[in-house]
Design a binder for this molecule. Structure first.
Ligand SMILES: [Zn+2]
Length: 202
């Protein structure tokens, strides 16, 4: 089962003067035909009347990385690769391979009961859009890796026995996670954690 979170895109009418902060300009989430994907969204609320105030709120309330570094948004991923070892005349093979990917996005959300200048609304919308682009990029990388792992385990040849099969699958899983982590780090390096994609505020 794919669990989709659908947040419709919000069209703001530019009417000058003041208005409420925009919703997250969210366009879609990962889904897959071969891998079971679950997507979660957590938000933390920010409030302020200027870009500086909002930036301070994100620094204060935003998610923390492994070494306590503050981020405006954060994507987390978990993989599992269950299968059933089946003994055959030739040896042992992996059956019922079903890779799962759990993604979680942590994003800032502007408190709705504020009134903002149109310029701030526009700035925030551009920023959160770019932030989503960056975080969804992490999600896409994770999904590509999960689909690749699914394909590779399902294509494994019959092993001499189920212990040998287990070893091969474990190695494949470990290698895939290493490749994946390297790809995620490279993506952050290339985009400077989203800055080159416009995810920088104010
Ligand atoms: Zn990143």
């Amino acid at each position: 089962m794919n669990q989709l979170i659908v947040l419709g895109a919000v069209v703001l009418v530019a009417c000058g003067g003041k208005n409420s902060p925009p919703e997250n300009p969210y366009k879609g989430v990962q889904s897959s035909k071969s891998v079971e994907v679950t997507v979660g969204l957590e938000t933390y609320e920010v409030r302020g009347e200027s870009a500086m105030e909002l930036a301070e709120q994100m620094a204060e309330k935003g998610p923390r990385g492994s070494d306590d570094e503050a981020f405006d948004a954060y994507t987390t991923w978990w993989f599992t690769w269950p299968y059933t070892p089946v003994e055959t005349d030739e040896g042992c093979e992996a059956d019922g391979v079903s890779v799962t990917l759990k993604l979680n996005y942590e994003m800032p959300k502007a408190a709705a009961d504020q009134t903002w200048a149109t310029s701030l609304t526009r700035k925030w919308r551009a920023f959160t859009g770019a932030l989503w682009t960056h975080e969804l990029g992490h999600g896409d990388l994770a999904l590509a890796q999960a689909e690749d792992l699914q394909k590779r385990i399902a294509a494994l040849p019959v092993e001499a026995d189920c212990d040998a099969l287990r070893q091969v699958v474990d190695t494949l899983g470990d290698q895939t996670m290493e490749t994946h982590n390297a790809a995620q780090r490279a993506y952050d390096d290339e985009t400077s954690h989203g800055r080159t994609q416009g995810a920088v505020f104010p």
